[in-house]
Design a protein around this ligand. Structure first.
Ligand SMILES: Cc1cc2nc3c(=O)[nH]c(=O)nc-3n(C[C@H](O)[C@H](O)[C@H](O)COP(=O)(O)OP(=O)(O)OC[C@H]3O[C@@H](n4cnc5c(N)ncnc54)[C@H](O)[C@@H]3O)c2cc1C
Length: 365
């Protein structure tokens, strides 16, 4: 089979499929998986568990973040914690290279600098340029998936756009916290963030993209943060940027011998915009579905699909946030503590009020 895209979803899928006994080619357009990143690389606890399935994660690639500090538009803030919960900041360039090394070790045929441009149906499968004949194609090629377009599958239509700078010469207060900033003018429909990552400080923001090409003003955000953080010696060493699909799962995500996973399938939480966990999870689930479907391949149509989260409550909250985000209201709610309760649910409890842990956590105060 062919997997297009060697990021979280593609590598997870390729490794699991190889472990299930399939011959797997994984192609990636970049020459180095760690270059030109478009993710902050914060891994939630559940994603860390998924990564651990792929191999023992080297400790020098990660740094635990134990809590959040949430700021209103006037930079009043509240600390949010949940005992036992953590995020991991990652050395993302080297995490991507480590993922690829795990794929090669699992027997995946990894081909970098190889662009998927299309495929022709041929017998029981496809003829793919630079690859040859394959029986199945997985589109793990991100938010604007070429695989989805080539086979008439669903495409993402709603996005946030995010930009982040990697900085040296900055040390933030409370280094073990993720600092998150609400500001409708700078980050409409999402937030800004700052944290001490592995070897660098990462500062970025994302906002709703209303028209193609809409961007965000990182310099204005840095200027705002200079009111509370010492940024006088900062040096920007790299930038990351990209689209985040927030419209929920695309439809259809699968066709005859093709399946989308990760961002290509729209599997990103519409509210938190976190997609690494669902990318890893959907990649792994896809591998099992495809291995099962190909086991009884008789040369006819082969459909393999995966369960996709509905994200219904998160989509409702996204809709409300898009429409009613108001700085003064959030500033008031921040002072009363009500925003802190809602924020703890969003940051620490994936299933929100459906989880018993959330109720126990909220009962703490
Ligand atoms: C600025 C920003 C910050 C983010 N921060 C976080 C975060 O901290 N935590 C979190 O959980 N989520 C975060 N996200 C979302 C998260 O990064 C994505 O959900 C996740 O990377 C999806 O993984 P993926 O493997 O599905 O796709 P991608 O990571 O988008 O990977 C797609 C891969 O396919 C390759 N590719 C594309 N087209 C082709 C082609 N035609 N041929 C060959 N290869 C191709 C690309 O080069 C890329 O390597 C962030 C997103 C952005 C934009």
């Amino acid at each position: 089979m062919l997997v297009v895209g060697a990021s979280f979803a593609g590598v997870a899928c390729a490794i699991e499929a190889a472990r299930a006994g399939l011959r797997v080619v994984l192609i990636e357009r970049k020459t180095d998986a760690g270059e030109k990143l478009h993710t902050t690389g914060i891994v939630v606890k559940e994603a860390a568990d998924e990564l651990a399935r792929l191999g023992p994660l080297p400790s020098d690639l990660i740094l635990p973040i134990g809590g959040v500090r949430l700021y209103g538009s006037r930079l009043h803030s509240v600390a949010l914690d949940s005992p036992g919960y953590f995020f991991l900041a990652t050395d993302t360039p080297n995490l991507m290279r480590w993922l690829l090394a795990q794929a090669i070790a699992a027997g995946v045929d990894v081909r970098l600098a190889t662009l998927f441009t299309g495929a022709q149906r041929e017998g029981a499968g496809f003829a793919v340029n630079h690859v040859g004949h394959v029986r199945f194609i997985v589109g793990a090629d991100g938010p604007t998936s070429k695989v989805a377009r080539a086979f008439g599958l669903g495409i993402n239509r709603e996005f946030l756009f995010g930009i982040e700078a990697e900085l040296t010469g900055v040390s933030l207060p409370e280094p073990g916290r993720l600092h998150c900033f609400l500001d409708r003018r700078l980050a409409r429909g999402y937030i800004g963030w700052a944290f001490g990552g592995v070897g660098v400080t990462q500062i970025g923001l994302a906002a709703r993209q209303r028209r193609a090409g809409d961007t965000v003003d990182l310099d204005a955000f840095l200027k705002k943060l200079a009111q509370i953080f010492d940024l006088t010696s900062m040096k920007v060493v790299a930038r990351r940027a990209g689209l985040i699909p927030v419209g929920g799962p695309v439809d259809p995500i699968a066709g005859d011998r093709v399946l989308l996973v990760g961002d290509a399938a729209g599997l990103v939480s519409p509210l938190t915009a976190g997609g690494i966990h669902t990318a890893l999870e959907s990649g792994r689930a896809a591998a099992h579905a495809i291995a099962g479907a190909l086991a009884s391949d008789d040369g006819g149509a082969v459909t393999a699909t995966i369960d996709v989260p509905g994200f219904r409550s998160k989509q409702l909250l996204r809709c409300a946030f898009d429409r009613f985000q108001t700085d003064w209201l959030f500033d008031v709610l921040l002072k009363t503590g009500l925003l802190a309760i809602a924020a703890r649910l969003v940051y620490f409890h994936r299933r929100g009020l459906l989880s018993r842990a959330a109720w126990k956590d909220l009962a703490r105060r």
